[in-house]
Design a binder for this molecule. Structure first.
Ligand code: SAM
Length: 230
């Protein structure tokens, strides 16, 4: 069998493609989204199971699901077309590019990140979405006290995410909060168990206090909302 060869584009072509993609995303966002206000964002929405049901239950929220893969967005769109909701949209977009393309007057009122790709190998950890830069951007784009719902079946990524939120001056883990809405996703269905946490954007005055403080030594089990088996 012939080995698949990766074609390397010259840097200027890569830059041109990236710029075109980002410009297109900005245009789509400005046409699709309200001129101002708040939206709920699911990152890595897959086939859209979660957000379709969430949008039905929250008719006053504008719900946007994004995913890197065309095939998943196409399936999510088919699901959306079968439901009468007008407050739901799926877009093929990468999370950081989407946040950067958002019109300035739009804020994220809630983030959902459900069963993200865990990138288990150490040398691939750099691909994990939850890092300090991403959390800074997510905080910058969110409404005051927005929740960020994170759920995974990968223990190591859960710990990684917990530490990233805990170490970040703009976010605080809120073990007292309840999960906003339950709807089994495709990856949740396959998982033997999973863990969840909710982080809240802290207001900038308190954020300074937090960054000066020693990081929480709270044992991780207190921060885990659920460790479910089904
Ligand atoms: C393991 S799947 C989980 C899908 C769905 N949330 C579920 O629970 O069934 C992770 C999804 O995240 C998408 N994804 C990975 N990195 C992403 C990124 N940076 N921005 C947007 N989507 C991303 C992948 O394409 C994939 O569909």
């Amino acid at each position: 069998m012939l080995k698949k060869q990766r074609i390397q584009l010259p840097p200027e072509e890569v830059l041109q493609k990236t710029t075109l993609r980002r410009d297109l995303l900005k245009t789509i966002c400005s046409e699709l989204l309200p001129k101002e206000g708040a939206i709920t964002l699911e990152i890595g929405c897959g086939h859209g199971h979660f957000l379709t049901e969430y949008a039905k239950a929250h008719p006053d929220s504008t719900c946007i699901g994004i995913d890197l893969l065309n095939g998943r967005i196409e399936r999510a769109d088919r699901k959306k077309d079968r439901s009468p909701e007008k407050n739901l949209h799926f877009l093929k977009a990468e999370a950081t590019e989407f946040l950067l393309a958002l019109p300035k007057q739009i804020q994220i009122e809630a983030y959902f990140l459900l069963f993200p790709d865990p990138w288990p190998k150490r040398r691939h950890h750099k691909n994990r979405l939850l890092d300090s830069d991403f959390l800074s951007l997510a905080a910058q784009k969110s409404s005051p006290t927005s929740p960020f719902y994170f759920r995974t079946d990968h223990c190591d990524y859960f710990e990684w995410g917990r530490k990233a939120f805990e170490a970040h001056p703009d976010w605080a883990i809120a073990p007292e909060l309840n999960w906003a809405f339950e709807q089994t996703t495709v990856f949740q269905e396959k998982a033997e168990s999973y863990q969840s946490l909710i982080a809240i954007k802290v207001d900038p005055a308190k954020s300074k206090e937090k960054s000066g403080k020693e990081l929480s030594k709270e044992p991780s089990h207190r921060l885990i909302l659920q460790n479910n088996r089904h």
